[in-house]
Write a protein that binds this ligand. Sequence first.
Ligand code: EPU
Length: 427
Amino acid sequence: MKTITLSTSEYFCIRGGFPLRGEIEVSGSKNASLPILMASLLSEDESEIFNTPDLLDIQNTIELLENLGVEVLCGDKSIRVYPREITNCKASDETVRKMRASVLVMGPLLVRCSKAVVSMPGGCSIGVRPVDQHLKFFSEAGVKVDVKHGYIHLEIERIKPVEFTFDLITVTGTENALMFLSSIEGKSILRNIAIEPEVMDLVEVLRKMGAEIEIEERTAIIRGTKDLKGFRHKVIPDRIEAGTLMVSAFVTKGDVTIKNLNTSHITAIIKALKEAGAEIEFPEENSLRIFSKGDTINPLCIETREYPGFPTDMQAQFMAMLSVADGESFIRENIFENRFQHVMELKRMGANIEVSGNTAYIKGVPKLTGAEVFSTDLRASASLVIAGLIAEGETIVRDIYHLDRGYEKLDKKLKRLGAHIERLETS
Ligand code: EPU
């Protein structure tokens, strides 16, 4: 793994209007790799994780593990973790600010050190994003929870199996609870859990480590063990990268075969793209071909939902596509309360979008025009890149460090498919 540096001066210069064509492979999933890296802390044994993407968030997680005293060795798309000893049980403010998913360290640290001190994450550009459900779970599982001076202090008071129902569905909250309970002997039950493919990949890992976990609908029954073992695991393909490439291919009227994906994880994305007019074929297992026969993009009505619903992480990319659809669309964002920051930037490119509450009304325009736009978060930056691919003239996308947190070499992949995209640096 190469060192990725956070550069605030890099930007993309995109010349729109070129159809994407060819074959491309999807990288390993960011949101699966992060909890699995944290899960490696649950055992003293060595673990090895394959198909990890080369991303800033992965690097931040490795730094977090190293700060805890753990040795980490990075190979080409693989990471070995040697967590024999944990010498520090604190995730600092600086670490959590770099990456919210650092809160996933709470469960594993409690298991290994019986206590954990983790900076309380603040809100971020897509919403308030509290961690009250994580803390409520720990509290019910016999952990003393104290928030002071900006830090969450956790300490095990009484280890016991637990029955807990989440008030709302949370991905990292479910992951924290599953990791913690995997080490608790006896039968625990979690209800109203997230069942995203990334959560299921973590479950697979926890089973390899020795925990017995049954999942039925949104309920998990966990029989943990104190002797969790090391594991070897290949992470699932990144379904959001796959979806982003699919939208890019369709919206540019291209013809792209996307390989190394799990088509069963992207059913909602496939359905929505077909409704929009995309032709999608499955030439072989784990690959799909997407192309467009006609010239129009049908308008859509989309509501983001927890998996298996339409993913919030694809909302911004679809908005870029629908801004040039043949009619009026709407997108209702049900997961995060502030995930429309790309709207203003898309409007700078000529999109006709009005936002009311959690709904964006998009009147399709015949074309977008290139402009200088600013990324505000990971998926917003992907939407601006897609807008740049179809806009007339030149688009400058700034603050692309957001994109580098979660997409492995997206610009290089798009370029290989024929996009005119350059990564440049302000001197
Ligand atoms: N929520 C609470 N209390 C909690 C936890 C969550 O109110 O204790 C709320 C959040 O504020 C939000 C909703 O519940 O409104 C869902 O949040 P969730 O906890 O599920 O999100 P997350 O676990 O912080 C993960 C992904 C996100 C993805 C969401 C939703 C990782 C590392 N992150 O976040 O990914 O959008 O689930 O699917 O897995 C991204 O990759 O761009 C990204 C933001």
